[in-house]
Design a protein around this ligand. Structure first.
Ligand code: PLP
Length: 232
């Protein structure tokens, strides 16, 4: 099987899972957008995915993302930055990312605004919220009570648009319970920021639970591209 055929088959299976999950949740499948997470995979795969109709790709490491976005600049894709972001990289990320999904502290906001302004672009922002139980070793994401200040900081910054929330289910936990909590946090944010309608949740292993809880964007890597190469 060629790589193209393999990606086409995997993509078809993921799209069928999304459609089935939407049907189960009595939601219109057009409400849920697929971002294919291409981290660790080469630009040649991104090119094949674009040919297969993928419009949105996600990356989690700045250097890899920057290089791939440059190599694939002719494809008209929307690049989502979904990884932990160092504040000294925020300016650079905003020069190529169309959506930054992992904004979890106010310190990042000015840099993103500056990068967007300097490169004359508009950048969509999602606030990453932690779904880890209190006291758990912190992976990433803001605590829910920090979201209002963070949202206000994004809204006050030129060239940044607050679009909603992003989260990752806790390792080993029940994703349905975590996503129900996320949906509640999203409703609270929407009460103050009615434009923040996006909810990015769900990956290869838990996209059904995320769609049941109202996800508008799912981020799927391994179910499309295969097992990631070993971390070097
Ligand atoms: C890698 C990654 C994904 C995709 O994970 P898969 O399990 O491979 O689908 C989604 N979201 C984030 C934030 C990631 O880092």
């Amino acid at each position: 099987m060629s790589r193209r055929d393999e990606l086409a088959a995997n993509l078809g299976a993921v799209r069928a899972r999304i459609d089935a999950a939407c049907a189960d949740a009595v939601r219109d499948a057009a409400e849920v957008r697929l971002t294919v997470v291409t981290k660790f995979f080469p630009a040649s795969d991104v090119r094949l995915l674009a040919e297969l109709g993928v419009t949105d790709v996600g990356e989690n490491r700045h250097q890899e993302a920057e290089a791939k976005a440059a190599e694939c600049a002719d494809l008209g894709l929307r690049w989502h930055f979904i990884g932990g972001l160092q504040s000294n990289k925020a300016v650079a990320v905003a020069r190529y990312a169309d959506v930054v999904e992992s904004v979890d502290r106010t310190k990042l906001v000015a840099g993103l605004g500056r990068g967007a302004g300097e490169s004359d672009r508009d950048v969509d922002v999602l606030l990453q919220v932690s779904l880890d139980p209190p006291g758990a070793e912190h992976r990433s994401g803001a605590e829910a009570d920090a979201l209002h200040d963070l949202a206000d900081a994004v809204e006050a910054t030129d060239r940044l648009s607050l679009r909603g929330l992003m989260a990752v289910a806790p390792l080993g936990g029940d994703p349905a319970a975590a996503f129900a909590q996320l949906a509640e946090t999203h409703r609270e944010l929407l009460a103050r920021h009615p434009g923040a309608t996006w909810l990015s949740a769900g990956m290869s292993g838990d996209l059904e639970q995320a769609i049941a809880a109202g996800a508008t964007h799912v981020r799927v890597g391994s179910a499309v591209l295969g097992t990631r190469p070993e971390f070097k």
